[in-house]
Design a protein around this ligand. Structure first.
Ligand code: PHE
Length: 328
């Protein structure tokens, strides 16, 4: 019996499982009616008077020890939670579990793409670091012509033939060089201009270009398509107007305005693809014609959401971004 008591005492002292199931196991083994300690009390009854004197003390001692241990295990559990939490490294920085929201430019870009997808346009992509040929020359900007200064360009000083694209029209050329009509694509992307950063202008912004080339594409197709776009984007009752304009790569060219509150607001540039541009891409301009357009995503987002400063789009201010939560 002496050895038995000593073993139980050792077991109680070394027990450390403070998980819910660990505590329950301890209670059953050492404190409950079925516990080993209770069993010893049963045996105790049959001992001689002499042995009773000898073992009474130690048996009561392990009984108290077990009760104290049970209380101790419960309080450990309360302090540090479940056993698995004991393995957790509390010195690690907390995990940020806040869910983000879609960026307003991404929301508007997706909406533009969806509107054109619904009428059979596919999506194209192209480089932001571009050769002069694609950004200017093939688009009918004559060399040393003032038209090049329409868009303030970032040049790479070591190689003046390389620019940061000033518009997404470069992808028109890349696509027409590679594939032959019929072509019907939209091209979203980032563009760069050497402008002072302010509420109204930025050194980079985003555009969606459109290109449609096939047999017999007319100015009427252009107007119908862009009118459809304006109504889908800004609502059924939206009024639009086309104003004559100039771009080296379209002829004739037009800017489209939408009626907004009391005035008219320009939202995109467009026109019939200049025959020279088709020929630069080895497309027969007697057989094919096309239209193209380009719009600024920021401009549309500013109208739709009443944003008044371009810089907000790239400042990563959570107070601004969080306002678009839940919009897809
Ligand atoms: N690339 C022109 C711009 O950035 C927009 C445009 C695209 C105009 C296609 C006509 C046709 O201003």
């Amino acid at each position: 019996m002496e050895k038995e008591i000593r073993n139980i005492e050792k077991e109680i002292k070394s027990y450390s499982d403070s998980s819910t199931s660990g505590i329950e196991k301890f209670r059953i083994n050492f404190v409950s009616k079925k516990s080993v300690i209770n069993k010893i009390f049963e045996d105790f009854k049959n001992l001689s008077v002499e042995d009773k004197k000898k073992f009474g003390g130690p048996i009561n001692h392990i009984k108290t020890l077990a009760k104290k241990k049970l209380i101790e295990l419960s309080s450990i559990k309360e302090q540090v939670g479940e056993k698995k939490d004991l393995d957790f490294d509390y010195s690690l920085p907390p995990q940020d579990d806040t869910l983000g929201s879609r960026h307003p430019l991404r929301i508007v870009r997706n909406k533009i793409i969806k509107i054109f997808r619904d009428i059979g346009f596919s999506i194209e992509d192209g480089p932001e670091i571009e050769k002069d040929w694609y950004n200017f020359t093939a688009l009918n900007f004559p060399e040393n012509h003032p038209a090049r200064e329409m868009q303030d360009t970032f040049f790479i000083s070591k190689n003046p033939d390389v620019v940061l694209r000033t518009h997404t029209s470069n992808v028109q050329i890349r696509l027409m060089e590679k594939e032959k009509p019929p072509l019907r694509v939209v091209i979203p992307g980032r563009v760069y201009r050497n402008e002072t950063v302010s509420a109204k202008s930025h050194c980079f912004f985003h555009q969606v270009e459109g290109l449609y080339v096939d047999k017999g594409v007319s100015f009427k197709d252009l107007k119908d398509t862009l009118y459809y776009f304006a109504r889908e984007m800004f609502g059924d009752k939206t009024k639009v107007r086309f104003r004559p304009s100039y771009f080296p790569f379209t002829e004739p060219s037009a800017e489209m305005d939408i009626k907004w509150k009391d005035g008219w607001l320009e939202i995109l540039g467009s026109g019939l693809v200049d025959p020279n541009v088709l020929e630069n891409c080895n497309i027969d301009s007697k057989e094919y014609s096309g239209f193209a357009f380009g719009m600024g995503i920021e401009r549309i987002a500013m109208l739709k959401y009443g944003i008044n400063d371009l810089r907000l789009f790239s400042e990563n201010d959570k107070r601004f971004l969080e306002q678009f939560k839940g919009i897809n």
